[in-house]
Design a protein around this ligand. Structure first.
Ligand code: LLP
Length: 392
């Protein structure tokens, strides 16, 4: 929830930019620490937001890092994450990326295919080291989320399918530079209901038992990330309910006492603390539609265009400056606007028929819950400037 202090800051800066509320971030990180049982190890998924200043805060709270590219591994190392707590996943790791991670002796490679196992073994042999690996398993569990961010179904490109397990074990025996020490799962992102995680636990139990029967009691079980946030009402749920989330795993996972549980949370850590702040450039009245044209577009936040994602949109100027004056004299009238950006694409739209108080050129507009997969996915399409970010 913004105050006049925020509005003064926003008004003094060139828009658009990302704004991160560090109080929300710190509260979130404390909540994770408080609700995660002792043998749970949480790695922050850098893909959600890799801003060095934010990463340092997350690192200082003692979390590990989940990376999906060599550059993310590099960023995690540079920001001081403990190498013993860096995991490296991704369906297409290049030799250069693998070599970089081997040189930094990271905690684990989450391996997605038999050819990748062979390449990591060969590169580790060249360096005369052993690579710690977990097998990323495709559990065929539906996350019931947008199809572009569903990863744990057989039709998805991620992970090794159960019918390949016997072959994989045969291969691993032939690869002496691998240290096979875990199983990894990740079913998707923005999962709002806890049921898919419960289903995941059942599959993890079955698969873990299968490996134990084959003589592999693996010390690390990584259940990935995916916990969703409340995009509709960000102020009501600024901090995600981590306690209920971890409870699903505590009650449903059947592990051996020596097995450690790993998580890779991105959005739930960083989503609610960030907003995209922009200014209204023009109000354009159409026959049936009023357009509020912002100075931010899909280049700064692509989620609505790419996943038809909902983000709450607020006119901060009118909430804080106009409404308090008007209230008491007459009811504030809401007007419907299509909130669009300046990019030459019709998909450059943050929301259709969004009800806002009367909106004018120069008003500050906040697009909420944009801390995750916002700034990191921004682009310079249309030769847009690289977006700045500020903290409070
Ligand atoms: N682990 C793996 C292997 C992943 O692929 C992901 C996300 C995560 C962890 C973290 O998931 P989270 O806790 O953040 O849900 N750009 C999309 C989201 C893509 C998610 C990709 N993988 C969006 O804006 O919704």
């Amino acid at each position: 929830m913004f105050t006049l202090k925020h509005l003064d800051l926003f008004d003094s800066l060139e828009t658009p930019f990302y704004f991160y509320d560090l109080e929300i971030l710190n509260k979130t990180l404390e909540a994770v620490k408080k609700s995660a049982p002792k043998r749970y190890h949480v790695h922050y998924a850098l893909k959600a937001n890799a801003h060095p200043d934010l990463l340092k805060i997350i690192k200082n709270h003692g979390f590990g890092a989940d990376c999906v590219s060599g550059n993310e591994v590099k960023r995690a190392v540079e920001c001081g994450f403990d190498k013993e707590m860096i995991v490296f996943a991704g369906v297409g790791k290049s030799d250069k990326e693998i070599n970089y991670a081997l040189d930094h002796n990271i905690f684990c490679f989450n391996v997605e295919s038999i050819p990748e196992l062979k390449v990591i073994d060969e590169l580790a042999r060249n360096k005369n080291v052993k690579a710690n690996i977990a097998l990323r398993i495709n559990p065929n569990v539906d996350a019931y989320t947008h199809k572009y961010i569903t990863t744990g179904l057989e039709e998805n490109k991620f992970g090794i399918n159960p019918y390949e397990f016997d072959t994989v074990l045969e291969e691993i025996k032939k690869l002496p530079n691998l240290n096979f020490n875990g199983l990894h799962f990740h079913i998707g992102s923005q999962i709002g209901d806890l049921k898919p995680f419960k289903n995941l636990c059942s599959r993890v139990n079955e698969i873990n038992k299968w490996f134990i029967q084959k003589g592999y009691l693996l010390p690390n079980i990584n259940v990935g990330g995916g916990l969703g946030i409340n995009y509709k009402e960000p102020d009501k749920e600024a901090v995600v309910d981590f306690e209920s989330y971890f409870k699903v795993f505590s009650t449903s996972l059947e592990l051996m006492p020596q097995q450690q549980v790993h998580f890779e949370l991105g959005r739930a850590f960083i989503g609610q603390c960030g907003s995209l702040i922009s200014r209204v450039l023009y109000i354009k009245n159409g026959i049936n539609t009023n357009f509020a044209i912002l100075d931010a577009g899909m280049t700064e936040l692509i989620r609505p265009a790419l996943y038809q994602a909902y983000h709450k949109i607020e006119n901060v100027t009118s909430i804080l400056k106009i409404i308090p004056i008007v209230i008491g004299t007459k009811n504030q009238q809401l007007i419907k606007y299509d909130i669009v950006g300046p990019i030459c694409e019709s998909s450059d739209c943050f929301g259709k028929a969004v009800e806002l108080p009367e909106t004018k050129r120069g008003d500050i507009i906040a697009i909420r819950s944009a801390g995750a997969y916002g700034e990191v996915m921004s682009s310079q399409y249309n030769l847009r400037e690289k977006i700045n970010s500020y903290f409070l």
